[in-house]
Design a protein around this ligand. Structure first.
Ligand code: SF4
Length: 704
């Protein structure tokens, strides 16, 4: 575009899972400008601060521009030959499970598709996991337990049509700002609409909430069990829906009724009055959407939380109709696309189940592959544990920075240091992870990449290039395809471009799909390059067929679940056992995002405007705790436990509850203010989803 002033390119924002449409343009001096795409159904022209500052993040300072082998510039041929040789020799000597890929919700669907195909269908291991494990694995597991498929039943429009929007474990105002703006606008236009925020912190999202429930960390299972009992006791069960389309209601209800009021108040930290107020609001609103995000997912009971929420919706038939449904919003731009093509270690491509022999055989037939992984691979935390134990001999990390973002981050760093062979594909030359790479591969960044992403409402949109590839940077899918070809799989990885990969993926979703699988975009199976370039955003499914009715906005109003008996499953859950505080620890540490930064700030850190909002790491502390510890606002504090310590600035605010502190995840060892908070987080995971509990760590807090 730098050579074509005036040209406008429609693309998609690379940050959160809202997936806003962006129009990029340049002036005669080649300066890029961005604005919201008024025609994109996710945002209708809106952008948040991060999206509107995208043009400020496109310079090439700090970019990785050339392949390197052991710190020396190398040719692509030499680098790819080295990767293929080291992976092949590890597999020959130690078997396919001795290698692994750790990928990212930043990858495009086409990148993800090739990575998954190479690992599961040709190497023959399922050791491919993604940083999306940290983002929404509990939602995936909860969906699959309840629906028999990883299906998000609703659409963003439901958040505007609802009588009540419940936001639980979600600081939508900062983490999904355009969705927040859409709800705020709907509420302003229809004041009868209500919003409830369930969050230990009184975040900025509380500004539109009619009720804020300052729930105790991990109190969500109990809260929604209490709601299910209330639904039953108040005669709100949709008996016809439950009878026709579900199973397991009585058992789930019995589990809910086993939780008495005293346990409810103890688990949730809420008063009986607060509980009753919430339950009455939920019961009185015919149209309810319950939105959940990392506060639900990033927990040792994350999957149970998701199912406790879904149980309430299927008990009342409040699902799949306009303005109703449980709604998982994902953190990353392509967490959805990644899981659709099998980017998680426990799933196959096109939402198929790795533990289902028929699905495995089907995928292998489609790929004509020599082998297919026959059991789930290592999930993120276990994968790096295997690296530390020497079980992984070759590891390829793409577009993510696990040394900063995984729990027990120092142990992750030590594991990488000891790993015999580490490849990192990234756009950035210096990160806490890439410094441990034996081979560095330069990838394309936003504005250079070509492919698709799927947002939180199942909408597939194009990310289109509008900048030339810098240096020798190449697409991630190309890098993996080249390695696949060098490993002997020439025909299977002979892609000409991203459109060819998308065609193959679309064909796979429709392959032998008689309607028993939710994900079908067979209408795109023969898309040509021109149509791919012109592809408008659409929601899946989009099977081969006639007319607009092919694309469905919603699922399950009339049942039709993807379980064996086509019924939704009530999952019987119980509140987690209250853990005893670690010796000496007196605070619960919560981690998360701030409004204007993204992950480890490799892009947003380039924008002075974005950095002006919050310039350094902080610990949010309640005034009572600050008084007791003699901590002044903006002074330095030490947050510590037996894993290590960080030093950050105190931000004293009543938005935080006593006994809790919040530290953002963004500031790492790369930044002047080093606050690599994940070094403090224990590698505790949800037993079903494998998602780490990043929001509940026992720590001490002292003046520095
Ligand atoms: Fe980008 Fe999310 Fe902001 Fe939309 S809401 S502009 S997708 S960061």
């Amino acid at each position: 575009m730098r050579d074509e002033p005036g040209l406008e390119v429609r693309t998609t924002c690379p940050y959160c899972g809202v997936g806003c449409g962006v129009v990029a343009s340049s002036n005669r001096q080649g300066v890029v400008a961005v604005r919201g795409d008024p025609e994109h159904p996710a945002n209708f022209g809106r952008l948040c601060s991060k999206g509107s500052a995208l043009a400020e993040t496109l310079d090439l300072d700090g970019r990785l521009l050339y392949p390197e082998i052991r710190g020396e510039r190398a040719t692509w041929d030499a680098a790819l030959d080295t990767v293929a040789k080291r992976f092949s020799s590890a597999i020959a000597e130690h078997g396919p499970d001795s290698v692994a890929f750790y990928v990212s919700g930043q990858l495009l669907t086409e990148d993800y598709y090739v990575a998954n195909k190479l690992m599961k269908g040709f190497i023959g291991s399922a050791n491919i996991d993604t940083n999306s494990r940290l983002c929404m694995a509990s939602s995936v597991a909860g969906h699959r337990r309840a629906f028999g498929s990883d299906t998000v039943p609703g659409t963003y429009e439901d958040l505007e049509l609802a009588d009540l929007v419940v936001l639980t474990g979600s600081n939508l105002a900062w983490c999904h700002p355009v969705l927040y703006q859409r709800i705020a606008a709907a509420k302003a236009a229809r004041p009868g609409m209500k919003v409830v925020l369930i969050d230990p912190r009184r975040t900025m999202t509380a500004d539109i909430a009619d009720l804020h429930l300052p729930i105790a960390p991990d109190g969500d299972v109990a809260l929604f069990l209490g709601l299910l009992a209330h639904i039953h006791d108040q005669g709100l069960v949709d008996a016809a829906y439950v009878e026709a389309h579900t199973s397991g209601f009585e058992t789930a209800l019995a589990a809910a009724r086993a939780v008495g009021l005293s346990e409810l108040t103890a688990q949730t930290g809420l008063t009986a009055t607060e509980l009753d107020t919430f339950y009455r609001m939920w019961g009185a609103a015919e149209k309810v959407v319950t939105v959940y995000s990392q506060g639900v997912n990033q927990s040792a009971s994350g999957t149970d939380k998701v199912n406790a929420i879904i149980n309430c919706h299927i008990a009342t038939g409040r699902i799949g109709r306009p303005g109703t449904g449980p709604f998982s919003v994902t953190g990353q731009p392509n967490a959805m696309g990644g899981r659709e093509v099998g980017g998680l270690a426990n799933m196959l491509a096109a939402h198929m189940d790795i533990e289902n022999p028929e699905h495995r055989a089907l995928v292998q037939r489609f790929w004509k592959s020599p082998v297919i992984a026959d059991r789930p691979g290592l999930k993120a935390v276990d994968l790096f544990k295997a690296v530390s134990e020497g079980r992984i001999k070759a590891l390829w990390i793409m577009a993510t920075n696990p040394v900063d973002s995984l729990p027990d981050a120092d142990a992750v760093e030590a594991a990488l240091e000891a790993c015999p062979f580490v490849v990192v594909s990234d756009i950035v030359a210096e990160t806490d992870t890439i410094r441990h790479a034996h081979v560095k591969l330069p990838s394309l960044g936003w504005g250079e990449k070509d492919g698709t992403v799927t947002n939180s409402e199942r909408r597939i949109s194009r990310q289109r290039p509008f900048l030339p590839a810098p240096g020798e940077a190449r697409a991630d899918w190309w890098q993996m395809a080249e390695v696949g070809r060098r490993m002997g799989y020439e025909a299977a990885f002979n892609y000409t471009d991203a459109a060819a990969i998308f065609r193959e993926y679309a064909a796979q979703t429709a392959f032998e799909n008689d309607g028993s699988r939710d994900l079908d975009i067979g209408a795109c199976a023969e898309i040509n390059r021109e149509s791919y370039d012109a592809l408008s955003p659409f929601q899946w499914p989009l099977p081969v067929g006639e007319g607009d009715a092919r694309s469905r906005a919603r699922f399950f109003a009339e049942g039709g679940y993807y379980t064996a008996d086509r019924r939704a499953c009530f999952v019987s859950v119980s509140p987690p056992i209250k853990d005893t505080a670690a010796a000496g620890a007196s605070f619960t540490l919560n981690t998360g995002r701030v409004r204007d930064h993204w992950h480890t700030m490799t892009r947003t850190g380039k924008s002075a405007r974005l950095s002006a909002h919050i310039a350094e790491a902080f610990a949010e502390i309640n005034p009572r705790d600050a008084r007791q510890l003699g901590i002044d606002d903006a002074s330095l504090v030490r947050v510590a436990n037996d894993r290590g310590e960080i030093v950050v600035r105190a931000l004293i605010t009543p938005r935080q509850q006593p006994g809790n502190i919040f530290v953002p995840m963004h500031w790492t060892d790369q930044w002047a203010s080093s606050a690599r908070v994940d070094r403090l987080v224990a590698p505790v995971v949800d037993p079903v989803s494998g998602q780490p509990a990043l929001k509940k760590t026992a720590v001490t807090l002292t003046k520095f």
